[in-house]
Write a protein that binds this ligand. Structure first.
Ligand code: SF4
Length: 454
């Protein structure tokens, strides 16, 4: 990677949105480091600011426009010139509009233009020409899997297995900005995972908008269950994946999860609504009954599985009866956690054209009722681990106390434990330790480390 004029420049990447964006940001950091740039911690110090954006939720949109616009009044870095680049889904969606409405913006690059970023930055530094726009008109014509990546954590890696989505849920902008499903070649994914294991990675999370349909575009039918087994055989200790669409999660995948020791007992399976009528309006392609049947099959095959979900409250046309069905589905599925959202219109999607007279306070009331139920269910799920020993992959010290370490359990619960006397916090990061749980709260577990870290 050669970009001589970028050598020695400082950079900051700010990420909004999902895991796919976090991974794209790791690639941006890897690219810039390969060009000789150095990361800094503040906008004031940065010659290059890159925003990696997400347009799935309205608040990520607002945060981008707010933060990027505020850069106009941020003092210039010591070098005297700052270049601001905006990539990801909002860049793909808004293209030229973004360049003209955010005064600080110099470069807009689409979801397929990651590899062009160094050249675009060079151009922006070399001239006073602003508003350089690249590849925002063709979502998802290619992807850049061979770019360098600078992992945020040496022991954890995101591995994209596919890009784009074919599902066109009526509220979702993703297929419009990330394009149709494109799977990576099976052998390439497996060998990348094997290389990561050799490099000391202990946990891999496979990424895709709909991982269960992995391979359909390349091989004629999905090969996700095969992929799980093949990656499990690389020696990886912990394997996770996201996102799973319930309509494509079949018994082959369930069997592969149950028989692959590295697959962690946690699955995030977005339901979005408990009402078949609303699911149909969302174009989710499954019914309430089919979702609950899937939950039963998963729990029968994986008895210790922690199931989490996403739900949207206030989708246009949702009635009190529909909402009660969401509540009862949550009760029945006994989710261990959930991300819940109030529906917000995403311009460019079919649902954005539907007017809904339901008052905002009614929708807020439903949201609050669901949030309370989620808290109760999370608390209940965590009680099951009280007095148990859980294996924790240690990530860092706690933000509040240097003597407390934080990591995640196999079920993806946040676990806190006190740093043992004479132990060094940095030596434990990236290690797997056993923690005996003596406190189970709604959002976390805590306990005491027993035995040696490994
Ligand atoms: S499955 Fe639906 S919600 Fe998920 S990315 Fe595709 S269109 Fe969006």
């Amino acid at each position: 990677m050669t970009s001589p004029s970028l050598v020695g420049k400082t950079y900051l990447v700010r990420t909004f949105g999902c895991q796919m964006n976090l991974h794209d940001s790791e690639r941006v950091s890897g690219l810039l480091e390969a060009c000789g740039c150095n990361e800094v911690g503040s906008f004031e110090e940065a010659d290059i600011v890159v925003f990696m954006t997400c347009c799935v939720r309205e608040n990520a949109d607002q945060r981008l426009y707010g933060q990027a616009s505020a850069l106009v009044s941020t003092p210039a870095p010591p070098s005297g010139k700052r270049v601001v680049a905006i990539g990801g889904c909002i860049a793909q969606r808004d293209g030229e509009f973004l360049a003209h409405t955010v005064p600080s913006c110099d470069v807009v690059f689409g979801t397929s233009a990651l590899d062009k970023l160094p050249r675009l930055l060079e151009e922006a530094f070399a001239s006073d020409v602003h508003r350089i726009i690249a590849n925002t008109d063709e979502p998802g014509t290619s992807f850049s899997t061979d770019l360098p990546s600078r992992r945020a954590r040496s022991f954890h890696a995101w591995v994209p297995i596919m890009y784009g989505c074919n599902n066109f849920c009526t509220y979702c902008i993703v297929p419009h900005v990330r394009g149709r499903e494109r799977s990576r070649i099976f052998e390439t994914v497996v060998s990348e995972c094997a290389r990561l294991v050799d490099e000391g990675v202990r946990e891999i999370c496979l990424l895709g908008q709909n991982v269960n349909s992995y391979g359909r575009d390349l091989y004629g039918s999905p090969r996700f269950s095969e992929l799980i087994r093949a990656i499990g055989a690389t020696g990886i200790e912990r394997l996770r994946f996201t996102s799973s669409n319930p309509k494509d999660l079949d018994d082959g995948v369930i069997a592969a999860m149950a028989r692959t020791a590295a697959v962690m007992p946690h699955l995030h399976l977005a339901v979005q609504s408990g009402s078949t009528r609303i699911l149909k309006a969302m174009n989710r392609s499954y019914t309430r009954e089919q979702y609950l049947d899937l939950v039963r099959r998963l729990k029968a095959a994986l008895p210790d599985l922690a199931l989490t979900t996403d739900a949207i409250v206030g989708f246009p046309g949702e009635t009190e009866e529909d909402f009660l069905e969401t509540l009862s589905l949550f009760e029945e599925a006994r989710f261990a956690g959930a991300f819940t959202f109030i529906y917000s219109k995403r311009p460019g999607t079919p649902a954005a054209l539907i007017d809904d007279p339901t008052p905002a306070e009614v929708i807020q009331g439903r949201f609050d009722r669901l949030a309370h139920l989620v808290e109760d269910l999370s608390w209940e799920a965590n009680q099951a681990d009280l007095a148990r020993r859980v294996e924790v992959l240690v990530e860092s010290t706690s933000k509040r106390f240097d003597s407390v370490m934080v990591g995640h359990s196999p079920k993806n619960q946040t676990v806190h434990f006190t740093l043992p006397e004479h132990a060094c916090a940095s030596d434990l990061v990236g290690k797997i330790v056993t923690v005996e749980i003596d406190r189970a709260r709604t959002w976390y577990l805590s306990g005491t480390m027993v035995g040696e870290a490994r």
